[in-house]
Design a protein around this ligand. Structure first.
Ligand SMILES: Cc1ncc(COP(=O)(O)O)c(C=O)c1O
Length: 536
């Protein structure tokens, strides 16, 4: 983020005036939150997205202070640049991390791997630098919100180790994901041995299998979520349930989000009083509220409204005489690149962060306890990893002859990494590797050409295509390698690409989120991706 934007941010929220990016604790200690007494909840009823207004549930309440603020680990934000011994962070059997600063671009690195014979099938290149940059941006923009990476998004052990090293926590939805974080990363990470790792995990699935709950309890993963009373009874039946710290997941107004979750998960906020009473009667410890505004959030107001609802639930808990709530989990929804999810018409991360800061400030209005007693966390998934991974595929078959259109058959498809076409509303953008290299060379030779608008703006990672080359593009369909007609990433009607031949390589940027993690075995293809890591 530019210094100018940092200054703008400082102006935007009053309590950030003492912001020190290296110390969340300092920020919170010096904060001047509005802590005037809260007499009624009317202001939170105004724009509830649900058709009915939130019921009044307030009377005078005693102010109390509970909970503790968890500062980020000391090493948060200390990872940057390229000479920080990445092997330490990302040590993983079989994983090599290449410093490609000498090479200059991911495209050139991909080409060199192909040219020297290291890669013959499709492969993924994960550049770890964007992950670090995203983490640092998060700490700058939302220093009061501790991120827990949504492991489901990309359970790549190297990526998860890197995020753990920087101080990130983890949203795990299943036994397998918890096991990976607890046992698959090594004890030398910043959160140290297993005991501490447990407290860096939120088991964030509202509909849980008993064996997974038992695993969580046995491994001291105590933070979890619920959204209905049946799940509460299930939890309460298990020995050790009193150790759980449960968060009530609320449904949100996710109509502007690309992937909507609130039909499947989340309680209507009006159900909160009843659910809290059931939880209390069962001896369950409700510590806060959780929500997810949908992946690919299209409107930052969704966070603001959800934070209002969260605050209302906090007040309801007070009125019921329950122990004061202390955690708000803002879920995910943040864009991770400038493609579909972060493309035109979608809010940027900075814009969403500004809405969240405003929402948190509103949360604090009239709050009877110190805001330092509230821990805000979030579960970003695609935000951290989307831009980091480029997929390289080879054209192994072609149809079209000399026609002014072509069909290309490549060695990864919808049953492999590109399952995001089916499950994640994705429209992956293909680029012919040789032309990306040519464009990069042209730009190096004449950097001023960019300002003369001789380049078609396409990508923030690789050099955009000169218009002269883009003009030669023809309608192109691209298919994956199975026999299924649905195994298609690009349609003739929507995609143009310069003419390709068998043996040409196609690269696809921004493929780090919800891609290979959901590939499956079909048609004799195992689709286990070959991964290479680099730092640029
Ligand atoms: C509970 C939960 N948290 C976080 C995420 C991550 O969302 P995103 O990738 O939009 O940040 C998901 C995505 O499915 C989710 O279900």
């Amino acid at each position: 983020m530019e210094e100018r934007n940092v200054a703008q941010y400082h102006n935007q929220i009053a309590f950030a005036k003492n912001f020190d990016p290296n110390s969340k604790l300092k920020l919170q200690n010096e904060a001047s939150f509005n802590s005037s007494s809260n007499e009624d909840g009317a202001s939170f009823n105004d724009d509830a997205f649900l058709t009915e207004e939130l019921p009044q549930f307030y009377s005078d309440s005693e102010s109390s202070s509970v909970g503790s603020v968890t500062p980020p680990p000391n090493n948060a934000c200390q990872v940057g640049g390229k000479n920080l011994g990445f092997e330490t962070f990302v040590r993983n059997p079989g994983a090599e991390v290449f410093d490609i600063s000498g090479c200059g671009s991911v495209a050139k690195f991909i080409a060199s791997r192909i040219d020297d014979g290291h890669e013959t099938g499709s492969f993924l290149v994960t550049n770890l630098s964007p992950i670090i940059a995203q983490y640092q941006q998060w700490v700058r923009e939302l220093p009061m919100v501790q991120p827990f990476f949504a492991v489901k998004c990309n359970p790549d052990p190297v990526t998860v180790r890197l995020l753990a090293t920087m101080g990130c926590g983890f949203d795990c939805a299943t036994l397998g994901e918890m096991d990976m974080v607890l046992n698959g990363l090594g004890d030398e990470l910043s959160f140290g041995p297993r005991g501490l790792a447990s407290s860096s995990i939120i088991y964030s699935h509202p509909a849980k299998m008993v064996s997974h709950i038992e695993y969580a309890l046995a491994n001291n993963v105590v933070m979890t979520v619920f959204d209905g009373e049946d799940e509460l009874y299930k939890l309460a039946n298990l020995p050790g349930h009193e150790n759980f710290q449960v968060l009530l997941r609320l449904a949100t107004d996710d109509k502007h989000s690309i992937c909507r979750f609130s039909k499947k998960f989340g309680a209507d906020v009006r159900e909160a009083p009843h659910l809290l009473e059931v939880a209390r009667s069962l001896g369950l410890n409700v510590v806060g509220v959780h929500f997810h505004v949908g992946s690919g959030c299209g409107d930052g107001n969704a966070y603001v409204t959800a934070l209002k609802h969260a605050r209302w639930v906090f007040d309801v808990a007070d009125q019921l005489g329950m122990p004061p709530m202390r955690i708000v989990d803002l879920g995910g929804g943040f864009p991770g690149d400038t493609g579909g999810y972060g493309g035109p018409g979608m809010p940027t991360f900075q814009e969403l962060a500004a809405d969240i800061r405003a929402g948190i400030e509103m949360f604090g209005e009239g709050f009877t306890r110190p805001m330092e007693s509230i821990r805000f966390i979030a579960e970003p998934g695609r935000y951290f990893v989307s831009a980091a991974t480029t997929i390289a595929t080879m054209v192994y078959s072609r149809k079209g002859g000399q026609n002014p259109y072509q069909a290309l058959y490549v060695n990864d498809g919808v049953y492999g990494s590109f399952n995001n076409v089916v499950y994640d509303h994705a429209t992956p953008v293909p680029k012919k590797l040789s032309l990306v290299l040519a464009a990069e060379a042209a730009e190096r030779a004449a950097p001023e050409a960019r300002t003369a608008e001789a380049f078609v703006p396409e990508s923030h990672l690789m050099a955009p295509m000169p218009t002269s080359i883009a003009a030669e593009a023809i309608p192109t369909a691209i298919f994956g390698p199975t026999c299924d007609g649905l195994d298609q990433m690009c349609a003739l009607e929507t995609t143009v690409l310069p003419r390709c031949d068998v043996g040409d390589w196609i690269v696809w940027e921004n493929q780090g989120a919800y891609t290979h993690t959901a590939s499956f075995v079909f048609n004799g293809f195992t689709h286990v991706p070959k991964r290479t890591y680099c730092i640029l």
